[in-house]
Ligand binder design. Structure first.
Ligand SMILES: [Zn+2]
Length: 201
């Protein structure tokens, strides 16, 4: 006999599929939601169902955007358009932006290469990055990618992709601990890693 009615069990399983959420936490979410007024739940459900119908992403860099056009960073004419900082996800972009020392543009890859988990270059925004470098004059690409195994594979791939171009490819200084997430690195350490970036030959 299942512990919960089927609909509740389904909801618990949906929460369990979120990153970092275990069964106990998922159950707590459901108990909490059961006590909420219907209107809050309708609004919550509406926000969820609309996630796929709206264009939240910048068509150039894949940062969040308020409308269908370029994001606030891409459309800011004071940003240095010759430097692109490549990050794994938007949280990493925000972490770097919070250091206040980077004034170029970004490119959000949407993940890292991971053949074991079936993540290949075509699953990331790699071809768009290549397009951007062909349309704009880009002098430097900073690979701000966490240095774990998948990160190393991604860095090697991108290095190869641009080896015949005149673009300087740089890496964050190795102040970041191995496998550490850029998102969780404090601003001072991240700022220093950015300032001390080195060319990848
Ligand atoms: Zn953008």
């Amino acid at each position: 006999m299942p512990r919960y009615p089927e609909k509740i069990e389904n909801l618990i399983n949906s929460f369990c599929s979120l990153p970092g959420i275990g069964r106990k936490t998922a159950e707590r979410f459901v108990y909490f939601l059961l006590k909420q007024p219907k209107v809050s739940l309708i609004n919550f459900a509406k926000d969820l169902t609309e996630l796929h119908d709206h264009h939240f992403f910048c068509p150039d860099c894949y940062n969040f955007s308020e409308n269908e056009g370029p994001c606030a960073i891409c459309s800011n004419s004071t940003r240095d358009r010759s430097t692109i900082c490549v990050v794994e996800d938007i949280q990493d972009l925000l972490s770097i932006e919070n250091t206040g020392i980077f004034h170029g543009l970004y490119h959000v890859l949407g993940g890292k290469l991971d053949p074991i988990e079936n993540v290949f270059a075509e699953d990331l925004t790699v071809s768009k990055l290549k397009d951007r470098t062909q349309k704009e004059t880009v002098a430097e690409i900073i690979l701000a990618i966490s240095p774990d195994i998948q990160g190393e594979a991604t860095i090697i791939y991108l290095r190869k992709l641009f080896q015949d171009s005149n673009i300087k490819i740089t890496l964050l200084a190795r102040g970041l601990p191995m496998g550490s997430d850029i998102e969780y690195t404090d601003e001072v350490t991240l700022g220093n890693a950015l300032r001390g970036r080195q060319e990848l030959k």
